[in-house]
Design a binder for this molecule. Structure first.
Ligand code: AMP
Length: 442
């Protein structure tokens, strides 16, 4: 199939030509007729399969000019990076069309975004929280939305965005078309579909030809974190093949730590991104890596999700992810669009079971490489690796207040008397049975 078979209008065809795309990918081919038919759809596809264009192409083919200032196409994505990326793809694809696209996301000034939205737009790309805020305060009205797209829905749900998504749907008209993309079919995804979608057609990017076939997967068995740091330093220093290297870390603290360790040896050639970094800083860092100014980019899972960076030569997993799907997402950053790539995963004894789970999921083995000669083994453990000292909590029994303790003895009878104060006048009353004072007489 070629793009000509899709009967696209001239502006879209020219844009595709300009972008150098020759034929539709599997998911683009499959999604096209479903979206055109107006049915709800769930596409099972990872990033790198061309899923963004899979919904953009038919949506833009069906798009008609509207004088209204509110959007007719709404695309919701989990991260700010993905907002920027989708906005870029829409702009590229509509280079010969008069379509205005706006991207909004949290963590930045809402007033600026409100001002831009008030000028009017056709396509809105947004993260769920900010979209909800802008709908609640009335800046953007979603009643005209004809195409509602939720991208990376599995990721969105695992980030806890379900409540925002559901509330956003209250602002939409019921006669819309729902299109949803997910890398995997999870229980949460299927519940969401059952609750809000109308008998969606499910399509899938062909499992063969996924990036997996184009990635040479390797692994090293490494005793601990600091030896992993020594190994990554050694690989980066010794191999000129590692030209564009994406390093995954399990959390931001370790990502910053590794950055400090590597920065001295590769000055000005390395960047780090995670959720604690300011938005601008994240954009600039990713762009420096894309442009080739940085050779190395250190990232955590969430931030790297959906990042489209061409020609990543190597993905290095400093940890072996405990969720097998995360591994697939990570290595999918290399070997994109007709390119081949290499993944290198470091595994400690404790992480060995995770690697087994990954191999089971893929139904293929990862090649284990011998540790290079000269590697310096470290025996300095990081906090997470130190054995946990399990102190047994000794319950100290306190004596009950009235139970008596060791130094307690029974009172003698004479000491058991309770002092009850009786006033003199009452004593007199009891004795003489008649009032004694003037007041009492009355
Ligand atoms: P996605 O899966 O949407 O993140 O897309 C992955 C990459 O593939 C992006 O850089 C797209 O620009 C590119 N791409 C999308 N469709 C095609 C196509 N038909 N031919 C070649 N590259 C494409």
């Amino acid at each position: 199939m070629t793009f000509d078979d899709l009967n696209l209008n001239k502006s879209l065809r020219s844009a595709l030509k300009e972008l150098g795309y020759e034929k539709p990918t599997t998911i683009q081919e499959k999604a096209f007729s479903v979206v055109m038919s107006g049915r709800d759809m769930l596409g099972i596809a990872q990033t790198g399969t061309g899923k963004t264009l899979a919904y953009l192409l038919p949506c833009l083919k069906q798009w008609t000019f509207s004088k209204d200032k509110n959007p007719t196409i709404l695309i919701v994505v989990p991260t700010r990076e993905l907002v920027a990326q989708v906005v870029e793809e829409v702009k590229a694809l509509t280079m010969y069309m008069d379509v205005k696209v706006v991207g909004v996301y949290g963590g930045t000034n809402m007033n600026t975004q409100m001002a831009v939205l008030r000028e009017g737009l056709d396509i809105l790309v947004a993260t769920p929280g900010r979209l909800l805020d802008l709908s609640l305060n009335g800046t953007v009205k979603l009643k005209l939305v004809k195409k509602f797209i939720i991208d990376e829905v599995d990721e969105m749900l695992s980030l806890g965005f379900r409540p925002q998504l559901v509330r956003v749907m209250d602002f939409l008209a019921t006669n819309r078309q729902n299109l949803m993309f997910s890398a995997t079919m999870t229980d949460e995804v299927s519940v969401l579909i059952n609750d809000f979608f109308n008998a969606p057609q499910i399509i899938e990017a062909a499992p063969t030809g996924t990036p997996l076939d184009k990635i040479q997967q390797t692994a090293y068995n490494v005793p601990n974190f600091n030896t992993k740091v020594n190994l990554v330093k050694m690989l980066l220093a010794n191999s000129t093949e590692l030209t564009k290297v994406l390093i995954f870390m399990e959390n931001k603290k370790l990502a910053d730590y590794l950055f400090e360790q590597l920065e001295a040896e590769f000055p000005e050639k390395i960047g780090v991104i995670h959720s604690n970094k300011a938005q601008n800083n994240r954009f600039n860092t990713v762009n420096s890596f894309k442009d080739g100014n940085y050779r190395i980019l250190i990232a955590t899972d969430i931030i790297a999700r959906g990042l489209d960076i061409a020609e990543v030569s190597h993905v290095i997993n400093l940890d072996t992810p405990d969720i097998a799907e995360d591994y697939m997402h990570r290595i999918g950053r290399t070997g994109r669009a007709d390119k081949t790539g290499i993944s290198i995963t470091f595994t400690t004894a404790k992480e060995m079971e995770y690697r087994d789970a990954i191999e089971t999921l893929m139904d293929r083995k990862i090649e284990i490489l011998p540790l290079p000669e000269g590697l310096v083994f470290s025996d300095v453990l990081i906090d997470d690796e130190k054995p946990k000292v399990n102190m047994k909590i000794i319950q100290v029994k306190l004596p009950k207040k009235d139970a008596g303790g060791g130094a307690f003895h029974e009172k003698l009878d004479k000491n058991k008397k309770v002092n009850v104060r009786v006033s003199r006048s009452d004593k007199m009353k009891q004795k003489y049975k008649k009032p004694k004072t003037r007041g009492a007489k009355k």
